[in-house]
Design a protein around this ligand. Structure first.
Ligand code: FE
Length: 343
């Protein structure tokens, strides 16, 4: 306890000595980021930010759940300035739990489309993750593909592969299907997906792609970066992406389901201006291109074009339902998948 008080006193002294906060290049105690993103994806960007601004960044990596639990337990004493994680559902939960604060930033509001940030300004997307249909280029014609919903058709009987319903990616996808089609219709669709499964659901997206390549099934649904990485390693892989829900009225033409990685500033942050500077920098064109390249994700900033490796898959129209809806409807999606027998 005494050590903690001494530490707190020193921290106050450091902050006081810096007055209004350091300018570029001044020494400082720096920012602390709690991040569910893997180190190799974020460290190059943090290093670049530090080189440009002199602001040091320390980070703690863990899964989203433990990071949120830690922020809640630490409360006002938390040393974390930023929470960075994947999936709008996780960010939505962090905002609901009250561990994030609203920030006023015209830069973030210009760089991040409205559907990809919190209405209450507590979190902002930093990259887009598209969850799309993948298919065997040997056994499927794109003329047979149209929408997520159409994978319920009898023609896909014994030909569909899915990842487990326990994964938040599928919970968010089904949540947006509920928003588009209503709960009863979505439940009937998911029952048919389950009836069309070639094999029980897999534990991860890579296994879905591998099963299609191996001929166990013909179509599946995965996040694009998994296939993009696999194709980078094995250019002849006989699996390709299809952008669903691009045509038609209403639910049929609503666009590809997208989720995000994103970040918000903690309520406990003592370095709000610097934390905001980092988030604004991450939403800028330079960092956006790097972020997209590092994990083969898509930029959120509309001014940034597609990075070279992603150009081969072409452009798609994304579902512009606010990603926060996926968070709100996740509990309903989980119950629905359970009722429909999607394990
Ligand atoms: Fe992933």
């Amino acid at each position: 306890m005494r050590a903690f008080k001494l530490f707190a006193l020193l921290a106050v002294l450091v902050v006081t000595a810096c007055g209004e906060g350091p300018g570029a290049g001044s020494p400082d105690d720096g920012l602390v980021v709690y991040t569910a993103r893997k180190e190799h994806l974020i460290k190059p960007l943090f290093d670049r930010f530090t080189a440009q601004t002199g602001i040091q960044i320390r980070y703690v990596t863990d899964a989203a759940g433990p990071l949120l639990a830690r922020l809640k337990a630490e409360g006002e004493r938390s040393r974390a300035d930023i929470l960075m994680t994947v999936d709008a559902g996780n960010l939505w939960q962090a905002a609901e739990a009250g561990v994030l604060q609203a920030i006023q930033s015209p830069v973030l509001e210009a760089n991040v489309p409205a559907s990809l940030r919190d209405e209450g300004k507590r979190w902002f997307a930093l990259s887009i993750r598209a969850r799309t249909i993948v298919y065997s280029t040997e056994r499927v014609s794109t003329a047979d593909l149209s929408s997520y919903e159409a994978l319920a058709e009898p023609r896909w009987s014994g030909r569909l592969c899915l990842r487990t319903s326990k994964k938040v990616y599928n919970q968010s996808l089904i949540a947006t299907m509920i928003a588009a089609n209503g709960e009863a219709q979505t439940e009937a669709l998911i029952e048919k997906w389950v009836a069309n499964l070639a094999v029980p659901p897999f534990s991860n997206d890579n296994k879905v792609v591998e099963a299609i390549a191996a001929g166990q099934c013909d179509v599946g649904i995965v996040n694009t970066y998994y296939l993009a990485r696999m194709v980078a390693d094995e250019p002849d892989l006989p699996v390709a992406m299809f952008w669903p829900n691009q045509q038609g009225e209403g639910a049929a033409g609503r666009g590809v389901h997208v989720n995000i990685s994103g970040a918000g500033i903690t309520r406990a942050s003592q370095h709000v201006a610097q934390a905001q500077q980092l988030l604004e920098w991450l939403s800028g064109t330079d960092a956006q291109l790097q972020l997209a390249l590092l994990n083969q994700e898509y930029p959120v900033n509309p001014l940034v074009g597609l990075p070279e490796p992603l150009k081969r898959w072409g452009k798609f129209r994304a579902d512009d339902i606010p990603v926060a809806e996926a968070g709100r409807l996740q509990p309903a999606a989980i119950r629905l998948m359970d009722r429909a027998g999607y394990r």
